[in-house]
Design a protein around this ligand. Structure first.
Ligand code: SF4
Ligand code: FES
Length: 259
């Protein structure tokens, strides 16, 4: 069990930095004060307030993203001690307990283009959400009345799927998802499953299935199952991949018979 007494007074951070999207990355080391409640984001904030390396050199503050600070927005996702996770919910005392006294390594995600330091361009995920029409179509400027009912059984399945925060952890861990291919990844399959289940979202199901069966779609999944191990929201991603795989088969048969 980790106790407050296990919290080190200072902690060493090795941060992989990159000044521009095209420049070479380089490591910089920092040593910063740490408290029982410190997390990676709070230490990055301390460094920004006093950006001096462990060797005493004043440098530019490391760039990083953070918004909600409670593992809801996904913007602070980065690779910490070799594992993709959210900086705001990564407690220092927990990761130091695994490697006492060792520096903590902090790197940007590798599957998305680096903009600067720990900030990456995750727009590929958002573009893919647009491609699968990840929304509920509601048209008109008048009152449409109550929406269709969703049963408690359907809610049980849909609620966990709705927790996706587009953090990209599942894609970072996936060997099939690379910077130069078109694979959409587990997140998109799971979100598509959600909208295919929704009574209004079903209106766009065929268009969604066309994307999921096209280039970079469901047939490119190699079933490595890394995605489900790193998802911070415990979303049943491999189950969603199975559901979309079966939906693709049904859709193909339907299309073959012109229905
Ligand atoms: S499915 Fe999980 S790991 Fe993937 S983007 Fe959504 S929350 Fe992040
Ligand atoms: S700041 Fe939103 S998930 Fe970390």
């Amino acid at each position: 069990m980790i106790t407050p007494a296990d919290t080190p007074k200072t902690v060493k951070l090795n941060i992989l930095r990159q000044d521009t999207p095209d420049s070479q990355p380089y490591w910089q080391n920092f040593e910063v004060p740490c408290s029982e409640s410190s997390n990676v984001t709070s230490l990055l904030r301390s460094i920004s307030a006093n950006p001096v390396t462990a060797q005493g050199t004043k440098v530019a503050p490391p760039a990083y993203e953070a918004s909600c600070l409670e593992e809801v927005c996904g913007s602070c996702t980065m690779v910490i001690n070799g594992r993709v996770r959210q900086a705001c919910s990564t407690l220092i005392r927990k990761i130091q307990a695994q490697n006492p006294g060792e520096p903590i390594t902090i790197e940007p995600m590798t599957k998305f283009p680096v903009i600067r330091d720990l900030v990456v361009d995750r727009s590929r995920m958002f573009e893919n959400l647009k491609r699968i029409k990840a929304w509920i179509p509601i048209d008109g400027t008048f009152n449409l009345g109550p929406g269709p009912k969703i049963t408690p059984e359907e809610q049980e399945i849909m609620y966990p799927l709705s927790r996706c925060m587009t953090c990209g952890s599942c894609l970072e861990a996936c060997p099939q998802f690379t910077r130069d291919n078109a694979f959409v990844g587990a997140q998109i399959f799971s979100i598509a499953r959600y909208y295919n289940m929704h009574p209004n979202g079903q209106k766009d199901k065929d268009a969604r299935m066309e994307v999921l069966m096209g280039d970079g779609g469901i047939t490119d999944c190699g079933n490595a199952q890394n995605c489900v191990k790193v998802c911070p929201k415990d979303i049943p991603l491999t189950e969603s991949i199975g559901v979309i795989g079966r939906a693709a088969t049904v859709y193909s048969i339907k299309k073959f018979f012109g229905k």
